[in-house]
Design a protein around this ligand. Structure first.
Ligand code: COA
Length: 166
């Protein structure tokens, strides 16, 4: 059984992530989406919300599992007996960071491979931050994120706006 882990913060999941995930499910028998608990980043959505949105977005995929992880990614990968880590590469700018992570992960466990999938060109400019910025400023993010994410972003910013008004 070929098992891969697709890790990330997913704050929130975008169609770019989904594209990578769908392609990974065709290469592996099972793909475990590992939502990072703490990532030294400011997260708009908490872990429960991020995980819920990932689950909603992946309902149509059969051979996936959605889990959360804390601490070292490699420990999680080993505990799940996975052979690979999947990451998406969007542009040259991703390369340095991804190479550093892949090499460190290789140092931690030489038996686990990092498999890079090139982003579809129509999503190569996407990031969770840019989606959040456009949503905050009331721009359209239709077609770039799952419908549930679009709704949740709208609600989140309305909530924040209401709290400021009080
Ligand atoms: N389409 C759209 N956006 C994409 C994308 C794709 N295919 N691939 C990456 N991104 C974006 C994300 O939206 C995110 O955008 P943001 O910075 O604006 O939020 C950015 O690229 C990178 O995010 P992500 O892919 O979620 O990875 P990450 O860098 O947030 O998380 C972990 C990386 C969680 C895998 C890594 O930090 C980790 O392993 N942490 C655990 C601790 C550990 O083991 N550390 C040692 C690792 S060597």
């Amino acid at each position: 059984m070929r098992v891969a882990v697709y890790p990330g913060t997913f704050d929130p999941i975008t169609n770019g992530h989904l594209d990578i995930l769908e392609r990974a499910t065709r290469l592996f028998d099972e793909v475990i989406i590992a939502v990072a608990e703490e990532n030294y980043k400011y997260n708009l959505f908490n872990l429960e919300e991020r995980t819920y949105l990932v689950k909603q977005a992946c309902k149509h995929l059969g051979n996936i599992k959605v889990e959360t992880f804390d601490g070292l990614l490699m420990n999680f990968v080993q505990e799940r007996n996975a052979q690979a880590i999947v990451r998406g590469l969007r542009a040259v700018s991703d390369f340095e960071y991804e190479m550093q992570m892949a090499m460190m992960n290789k140092k931690l466990n030489t038996h686990v491979e990092t498999v890079f999938l090139m982003s579809a060109s129509k999503y190569s400019f996407l990031s969770s931050s840019i989606i959040k910025q456009v949503a905050l400023l009331d721009g359209s993010i239709r077609g770039l994120v799952p419908v549930e994410v679009e709704k949740s972003l709208k609600n989140k910013y309305l909530e924040q706006f209401d709290n400021k008004e009080e």
